[in-house]
Design a protein around this ligand. Structure first.
Ligand code: GLC
Length: 539
């Protein structure tokens, strides 16, 4: 790897904590998380032992898609704070030794973005429309969408506009909600604009970007119809790589090289690893690991494939169990039947054994933290929170819920505001005298799961994450699989070893000098079912 010699490559083994701003901490009592809230909780993150924070979009937004509908990429959403507050957060995080990465959303913007308003006003054939994908409709009076693409949130990926003269007009493409028009990356102006946005934030000290829908920017300009399930014309097109080469040059031009981490949900790990060639991004979320069902052979296979595909390009893997789009791990792993995850079938409402799910989520956390590479944590994962599946329909905010005609509950269940302290909602999420309730209701059962209830309990999920984040630094070097009984995943990295027992019987531990950490107590010195252990082996 020819990284700049100035770069400490901190991201190669960093633990990065995802802050979903709306649900993290509410400083001003309006029921919505904000930057003042973040500032009051930065020391919690430093104590937890993470190396960096990733903020989901903090830009001005009508919040049709939780801020992934950006109205202005160079400012802060007023309900979150001001640009000065963001600069303050960056400075305070830095003082605590925490790096900060922010989300960038280059595939689309909000329909309230000045570019989209200008495109509507300027009419067909204008340069303003060239920044988006405007097309005439099909059928005799253009009343049918230009092609059969579906929005990933349900329904058609096209919406028809009314032209300035009042007549029914062209259609515009949106791979997500109709309030998120796709930008046209064939336009040089779009490219130049985003390069400038990167610099705007790098100049303010952000340490990197998480790139939203990173595989989707380039479309096949012929916009061909697709078969159901085929995403080829709007995902992973060869031309997209050139964009990240230009971005990497910008990231490299800053004193300590800045991080680019991509969100690509691709069917093949080898395809996502291509984004990590040395002149493109630094890292990509490993979603194969996240969706993997609770099964020893499947986990082993995903780990092998990940290491191989990343080795080929010299990039570190990034292990992830959870984020703001997926069902929380406690719920996934506690399900009877399928314990994997898929957007197409969230398995909402399948019976969940929460105790089992928690036990497995704890073991999975030790696995993720022990593997070579970086690890991403999603807020609340360290508290063992579960998916809230009974949010009343009228309170649901994810556009997926409406666009799927209520067939898909959407992603609100993993976005419920964090429980910090106290015995009843808002559990310290909002100040005591708050005018408003949290924007999504918190369950009363979270009284036992608040950060302060767990901080004092050495057996809590929070204590496990704290110890894990501290001790994972001892896992250094390449992974080597250890011979173990069937049903047990076991590897070493130097003299550090990690074992996870997926089998139904307790197993004996290999010869060791010390037990560093376990996800559940050992039983007569043996490793119980659904338990992970970290060991120090003889040299
Ligand atoms: C990404 C985000 C998700 C968002 C979508 C559209 O997948 O993680 O939350 O809805 O992109 O921006």
């Amino acid at each position: 790897m020819s990284e700049s010699p100035r770069s400490p490559q901190w991201w190669r083994q960093a633990a990065i904590y995802q802050v979903y701003l709306r649900s993290f901490a509410d400083g001003d009592g309006d029921g919505i998380g904000d930057l003042a809230g973040v500032r009051s909780r930065l020391s919690y993150l430093a104590d937890l032992g993470v190396d960096a924070i990733w903020f989901t979009p903090w830009y001005p937004s009508p919040m049709d898609d939780g801020g992934y509908d950006v109205a202005d990429f160079r400012d802060i959403e007023p309900t979150f704070g001001t640009l000065a507050d963001a600069e303050q957060v960056l400075a305070e995080a830095r003082a605590l030794g925490l790096k900060v990465i922010i989300d960038i959303v280059p595939n689309h913007c909000s329909d309230t973005h000045r570019w989209f308003s200008a495109a509507l006003e300027a009419g067909p054939g204008s340069p303003e429309r060239e920044r988006f994908w405007f097309r005439d409709g099909r059928g005799p009076d253009g009343a049918e969408p230009p092609n059969n693409w579906r929005s990933r949130f349900g329904g058609s990926a096209w919406t028809r506009v009314v032209e300035p003269d009042g007549s029914p007009g062209q259609w515009y493409l949106h791979l997500y909600s109709s309030r998120q028009p796709d930008l046209n990356w064939e336009s040089q102006e779009v490219r130049a604009e985003f390069e400038d946005i990167l610099r705007f934030w790098f100049d303010r000290g952000v340490d990197g970007f998480r790139i939203d829908v990173a595989d989707g920017l380039v479309k096949d300009p012929a916009l061909p119809d697709v078969e159901p399930g085929d995403e080829t014309p709007f995902s992973d097109q060869e031309g997209v790589h050139e964009i990240y080469r230009a971005w990497r040059r910008i990231a490299r031009s800053y004193p300590a090289e800045r991080l680019l981490v991509g969100e690509m949900w691709l069917p093949d790990l080898r395809r996502s690893a291509r984004y990590l060639r040395e002149d493109e991004m630094h890292a990509a979320f490993n979603f194969d690991f996240l969706v993997c069902p609770w099964d020893v052979a499947r986990f082993r296979e995903v780990i092998d494939r990940t290491l191989e595909s990343h080795d080929e390009v010299g990039a570190p893997p990034s292990w992830v169990l959870s984020n703001h789009d997926v069902t929380r791990p406690v719920t996934r792993y506690g399900r009877s039947g399928d314990t994997g995850f898929s957007f197409a079938d969230r398995l909402h409402g399948t019976p969940v054994d929460r105790e089992l799910g928690t036990r497995r989520a704890r073991a999975a956390a030790l696995l993720a933290m022990a593997l070579p590479g970086g690890v991403y944590l999603y807020q609340g994962e360290e508290l063992g929170l579960w998916e809230i599946e009974d949010i009343p329909g009228e309170l649901r905010q994810d556009p997926v819920w409406e666009r799927s005609d209520h067939a898909d509950p959407g992603r609100d269940g993993c976005r419920v505001p964090m429980p910090w302290s106290g015995a009843a909602p808002p559990f310290g999420f909002s100040p005591d005298n708050a005018e408003k309730e949290p924007w999504l209701p918190q369950p009363a059962e979270w009284a036992s799961h608040t950060a302060s209830a767990q901080a004092a309990d050495p057996g809590s999920v929070l204590s496990l994450y704290r110890s894990g984040l501290r001790l994972r630094k001892q896992a250094q070097g390449e992974l080597r699989w250890l011979d173990q009984p069937p049903g047990v995943l076991a590897f070493r990295r130097g003299t550090f070893a990690c074992l996870l027992n997926f089998s139904a019987e307790p197993v004996a531990l290999p010869e060791h000098r010390e037990v560093l950490l376990t996800s559940a107590p050992l039983a007569d010195g043996q490793l119980p079912t659904d338990t992970a252990a970290w060991l120090r082996l003889p040299a």
